[in-house]
Design a binder for this molecule. Sequence first.
Ligand code: ME8
Length: 541
Amino acid sequence: MPDSKKKFYISTPIYYPSASPHLGHAYCTTMCDVIARGKRLRGYDVFFVTGLDEHGQKIEKNAEAKGVTPQAFVDEVAKTFTSLWNAMEISNDDFIRTTEERHVSTVQKIFSRMLKQDDIYLSSYTGWYCVHEETFWTETQVEVEGGEHLCPECHRPVEKASEDAYFYRCTKYSDFLTDFFDTHPSFITPESRKNEMINTFIKPGLQDLCVSRTSFTWGVPVLEDPKHVVYVWLDALTNYITSLGYLQEDDSKFQEFWQDENTEIVHVIGADITRFHTIYWPMFLHSLDLREPNRVFVHGLLMMKDGKMSKSKGNAISAYPLIERYGVDAVRYYLVSEVPFGENGIFTPEQFVMRINQDLANNLGNLLNRTVSMIGKYFQGVVPAFEKNVNPTDKELEDLTALTITRYETLVDDLKVTEAYAEIMNLVSRANKYIEENAPWALAKDETKEKELRSVMAHLAHVLFVAGMLLKPILVHKSDAIFDQLGLGNDERHYDLVSDVHLLDDKVVHKGEQLFPRLDAEKEIEAIKVMMAAPKEKAAA
Ligand code: ME8
């Protein structure tokens, strides 16, 4: 049951605006959006934040190459992110950019506090620096190939760098961290990521973290020593609290969504940034006497057949042509259902078309179409009143419907998002099978079977309402098309009515357009291949 007092905070990583976003970025943001929408629907107070990580050497270099200032550069790229989020129907409550004054001034206050309490100290740094990953690597961490030193993360060449730098004393908080991991066993999901962090970084002994740079200027200046800018991770990670107003005049959102121990806080990230979120971020928060998030969920990558989707590889597919051709709901559904949350997945045109045809056109669309047509034909469009357990398989469908609601809630609360939505499709399949089992066309020919026929129609209508409501976080438009066809008024489209089997009694159905027309597979696979061969980004709006 919905509990209006429950609070939920969810964030995506803040992306680098080094280039416009591709379907991989859309994947992470869409997953968070589906979770956020699902919670809101169930009555939670939700804060959902995404944004951009706009400082650092990479941005400075990209801007220089284009002959524009870094600010002008990020302003332009930022528009491509916000227009994609609009097109994807992302319902974020805030869009934080690290160049905003609210963020910059708070990072400076945080740095000052850490300096004052001796969590940060001045020293010098020599190491291998990867511009792309904005990360220093030690001698043992870099890869050596043909005499060249490469970044262990992105395999690009790294540069030897030495400079004055401020350091964060990880050593001071390593006991805290070990203790925190022990007492918060579900902090990192999946579990394998936690073991990786313990074995690779914690067990060998944590090293202090470089938190300032002097070799470039595009960053938050350190107030106490302005030739330094705050090194990108202390700057970037704090977005999760600066967006809430931490240390700002109006910090009401911060009080509500961070300070309140009852708020569930979830960061969703890709595996490449696990170390920063699970090791340094809890320590930074501890330095500030703030609570840690409940969960860092590490999702998998959306890949192409030739590996990770990335702009630099030139294999990235844009979300726009897919949205334009198939509609945003189909693209959202594909992302959620095809790539199990927490695992990697490969984008192929074949699977994309198959998902839409199999799940949305054949399964869901067909159930709606058949149900509405039959209610029209046999009952002049009026949904018969629901009666329990009339036909032999009624009880099974009733039980499965109730179970699907609870399973969906449990799974989605545990961030098993793909599994949660698979449960709904399973219910829809079961309902299609229920039609075959009960053969309403045969019942309609036998006057003595009217009660049975009424029951079949009422059960189908109820399943469609439940499926439409549970799928609403993904199918942001088509769920309403389902409710329209079922004849439901706007004031009845509420999650808390999902178990009400009588909600549809006497409603008048309206046959509408096909929910998801079946795609001509061969033709559409070709069309997507053309999109992939020429990935185009929509120009900034
Ligand atoms: O790392 N599939 O930014 P970033 C799925 N600014 N997800 C993908 C993806 C793909 N092919 N490609 C990218 C940064 N992502 C830092 C983060 S947070 C305080 C700072 C997603 O632009 C994935 O979530 O490199 C990954 O972690 C994130 O984009 C990295 O974005």
